[in-house]
Design a protein around this ligand. Structure first.
Ligand code: ADP
Ligand code: MG
Length: 261
């Protein structure tokens, strides 16, 4: 493994740690050792099927390791259910309940039974304004654009107010301009709340835009990790440069690569 890290190893206040974690789905076996600095944004990249979603699911508690431990703020949460962990997670889609309106979907971040106190309701209203959804409280998810639905998911993150945020390709189905807006929103929310963010993306420029650290996965393992700037330099890890080359190639063949001058 290429370890280019000089900031995120050996800390005692690590917000998220996978300590000798192993996991398998039948044939697909995975092994993760990772320390993520509290309050940082870490991008997770790697080929499809390399284990990015599984890594997040292990942190979230949707999967349980075969061996090893998951620690959040030095607390062993390996056997805690997702609801007991200090995390929020946003997926590419299906973050919302179709039969609940925007305000209710956000309110779930405070109370799963939607028993909201006046201060919960104030927090919901503020989060909706903060995410640009003021006036859309009573829309149903199907009455929103894809970008607006992801804003609702981020508003819910705000009212949950958990210290760890897991993002699994949340903006992958949005166009470039909208993606850029959403990344800006994530960066702003992070600056305000300082949560520890793990962000899975296929877009190198998105990783670079908001990430401080990169974690690169191949075949169920972390094969390189370190400071973002070093990944994109000419001395970046070989496998990562190969991967970036192949992503750029496939975007070009779909005719959606941005023109470079
Ligand atoms: P990524 O998010 O990097 O595309 P995943 O974490 O989803 O990768 O998958 C890692 C490996 O685990 C792949 O080989 C995938 O086919 C397998 N896998 C993922 N989810 C399941 C599942 N629910 N059941 C069986 N195999 C799965
Ligand atoms: Mg995935």
């Amino acid at each position: 493994m290429t370890d280019m890290t000089d900031t995120c190893n050996g800390r005692t206040d690590a917000a998220v740690r996978l300590d000798g974690v192993t996991f398998s789905y039948g044939e697909a076996s995975m092994a993760f050792d990772l320390t993520v600095e509290a309050g940082s944004i870490t991008a997770i990249m790697g080929p499809s099927g390399s284990g990015k979603s599984t890594l997040l699911n292990l942190v979230a508690g949707f999967e349980t390791p075969k061996s090893g431990r998951v620690l959040i703020d030095d607390r062993d949460v390996t056997h805690e259910p997702p609801a007991a962990r200090p995390i929020s997670m946003v997926f590419q889609e299906n973050n919302l309940f179709a039969h609940l309106d925007v305000a209710q979907n956000v309110g779930l971040g405070r109370s799963p039974a939607l028993r909201l106190t006046p201060s919960d309701r104030t927090a919901v209203s503020e989060a909706l304004v903060r995410t640009g959804l003021g006036g859309k409280e009573h829309r149903l998810p199907r009455e929103l654009s894809g970008g607006e639905r992801q804003r609702v998911a981020l508003a819910r993150v705000l009212v949950r107010d958990r210290p760890v945020l897991l993002l699994d390709e949340p903006f992958a189905s949005l166009g470039p301009a909208l993606r850029e807006d959403m990344l800006g929103l994530v960066a702003d929310l992070h600056a305000e709340r300082r949560m520890t963010v793990l962000f899975v993306t296929h877009q190198p420029e998105d990783a670079r835009r908001i990430g401080r650290t990169m974690v690169f996965l191949e075949d169920g393992k972390i094969t390189a990790t370190g400071e973002m700037s070093k990944f994109f330099g000419k001395h970046g890890p070989e496998a990562f440069r190969r991967y970036i080359g192949s992503v750029a190639g496939s975007l070009q063949s779909q005719g959606i690569a941005r023109k470079r001058t």
